[in-house]
Design a protein around this ligand. Structure first.
Ligand SMILES: [Ca+2]
Length: 175
């Protein structure tokens, strides 16, 4: 009897935990829409967006002519190009799946200013979105004006570019 009661209690606690995490957004499909702070056009460019979801407008974007890339260029090449050009800063670690992003930001007055950072204690990670069809995995999506990006199926080092590509880095919670 006693053991049986314990099991019931455990199940109830587990159900409560599931209910609570659903309430706080765990496993929910995230959809967003941002219309402020965006470029007028994505044509002939590759666009990097760095967006802190806690602020309404897009926090930063950078555009590079698509012509400077080739077919094999990746989203990581885009980040490196912008870093070399003194536009952005980022921190990453090498993993079996390529670079694993830990933080990204902008250069303001010659100084690194991180806008988004992974933080294990706060259960935050850097989420990457793309509008390049072959990497779009859903179900999470964000609309930037008329363009929709979805969660990337692959890591930043494996993500493709295209004419009009939008690569978006943002901070999300896994809790
Ligand atoms: Ca924002």
């Amino acid at each position: 009897m006693k053991a049986g009661k314990k099991v019931v209690c455990f199940v109830a606690a587990a159900a409560m935990a599931v209910g609570m995490s659903a309430f706080t957004g765990c496993a929910e499909v995230k959809t967003g829409s941002v219309s402020d702070g965006l470029p007028e056009s994505y044509a002939d460019k590759v666009t990097l967006i760095i967006d802190d979801a806690a602020t309404e407008a897009v926090d930063a974007y950078f555009q590079v002519d698509y012509s400077v890339f080739d077919e094999d260029s990746t989203a990581f090449d885009l980040l490196e190009k912008l870093k070399e050009g003194g536009k952005i800063c980022f921190r990453s670690q090498d993993s079996a799946y390529g670079a694993f992003l830990e933080a990204a930001g902008i250069i303001r007055d010659g100084k690194e200013e991180y806008l988004i950072e992974a933080d294990d204690s706060a259960q935050l990670f850097i989420a990457i979105y793309t509008n390049v069809e072959k990497d779009m995995a859903g179900p999470n999506s964000i609309r930037f004006g008329n363009e929709t990006v979805e969660s990337s199926a692959v890591g930043i080092s494996s993500m493709s570019l295209k004419n009009g590509a939008i690569i978006c880095l943002t901070e999300e919670s896994w809790a």
